[in-house]
Design a protein around this ligand. Structure first.
Ligand code: SF4
Length: 375
């Protein structure tokens, strides 16, 4: 086991956090069986801080794991079928799966891709794949470099950054995806992601003539695959996960889960079933005291400010300039610095602020009085 500081922790390669180790778990095909969900809830309660985080790549994080409890956690994850054989396999299995699949095709494609990745070249840590083969593609806005998608007439393989992809079949898709990874690796130079390489003028080797068939991503509420429930800040308590484990769970990259085949569950304060819930208009990282890099508490503030954010707006409250919870630009960002906040409009947490050194208790008035109409 290697303990590292930095990005991309895994289950076998935890990251040091402010309150213990952080383990990231990538369920196969983004789906948890009932037993796996219960097992992860138990691990969070018994070895972690009692919470489970769902990330923007539909992976789960356990935080606050003590180093001496790690062997037990690994043994349980292994028994649940959630531990890769080694760090290399774990790092390579960077696959985002659509949560809106029906039938056996999508899980079979993911399994084939997992197998085919054994022949993949070394790839940069964040380089990843998307299997977006539901009735239509929904993951276009989520981070991935090589995408297997639904086209109008069968499957396509698309390099991120290209508008169109090449035709593939269920039998050829995984092999071709790895072929495209080799093409990237041979040309990338210092580039770490596919889209900038494409933007620089590189063109994938096979004719890319077919656009993906795109459609809406699932919103909180009933869906064709089951009940979709968003998690405030992408976080749920172990008890909440136990409550959800009445059926297999599909994890989404939008910090929500779909409870497969279930139409209704009792209302729960830790779950969002209404797409108009103001908590969906704020994102916030762990902040203080959970993250050692933070000088401010983030989530309590974000909850206070959420009702002031107009529908369609987004407020990002970040504990520091790293912007973990929302690496992209947001209409409005509050970045913690030395116990106070900088305010950035239309940028990331690291962009130059328009106002600095703001006290937390002045922010509601600032947002209510001046900022909300322009969010
Ligand atoms: S953005 Fe938040 S979670 Fe990420 S390092 Fe900074 S304080 Fe920690």
């Amino acid at each position: 086991m290697t303990t590292i500081r930095g990005w991309c922790p895994g289950a076998l390669r935890p990251m040091a956090g402010g309150d213990g180790l952080i383990l990231r778990i990538r369920p196969h095909a983004g789906r948890l069986s009932v037993a796996q969900a219960q097992g992860i809830a138990d691990l969070a309660a018994q070895h972690g801080n009692g919470w489970i985080d769902l990330g923007s790549r539909a992976s789960l994080q356990l935080r606050g794991i003590a180093a001496d409890g790690l062997p037990q956690v690994h043994a349980r994850l292994s028994a649940l079928g959630l531990l890769d054989p080694d760090e290399t396999s774990e790092a390579r299995r960077n696959i985002l799966t659509t949560p809106v699949w029906d039938g056996p095709e999508t899980p079979a494609l993911v399994a084939a891709l997992e197998t085919a990745l054994a022949a993949a070249p070394p790839l940069p840590p964040k380089f990843g794949f998307a299997v977006d083969t539901g009735p239509w593609a929904v993951l276009g806005g989520a981070s991935a470099d090589i995408r297997i998608e639904r086209g109008t007439d069968g499957l396509i393989l698309r390099a991120d950054g290209m508008e169109r992809g090449e035709a593939v079949t269920p039998a050829s898709a995984a092999h071709r995806a790895v072929g495209l990874a080799h093409w990237f690796a041979a040309r990338r130079g210092a580039e770490t992601r596919m889209a900038p390489l494409i933007a620089s003028g590189a063109t994938p080797p096979r004719a890319a003539t077919l656009p993906p068939l795109t459609g809406p991503a699932p919103q909180p509420g009933p869906t064709a695959q089951g009940l979709c429930l968003a998690l405030p800040f992408g976080q749920m308590a172990a008890d909440t996960l136990h409550m959800l484990a009445v059926a297999p769970l599909r994890l989404t990259p939008w910090r929500s889960v779909i409870v497969e085949g279930v139409a209704q569950l009792p209302a729960h304060p830790g779950l969002i079933a209404d797409p108009a819930d103001p908590r969906l208009r704020v994102v916030a990282c762990t902040g203080a005291p959970g993250c050692a890099a933070a000088s401010v508490a983030t989530r309590a503030l974000a909850l206070r400010l959420a009702p002031l954010v107009p529908p369609g707006g987004l407020l990002h409250v970040s504990g520091c300039a790293k912007g973990c919870a929302h690496p992209r630009a947001a209409p409005l960002t509050l970045t913690g610095r030395a116990g106070r906040f900088d305010l950035i409009r239309g940028g990331t947490a690291a962009d130059p602020p328009g106002a600095t050194d703001l006290a937390a208790d002045t922010l509601p008035q600032l947002i209510r009085g001046h900022l909300a109409p322009r969010l």
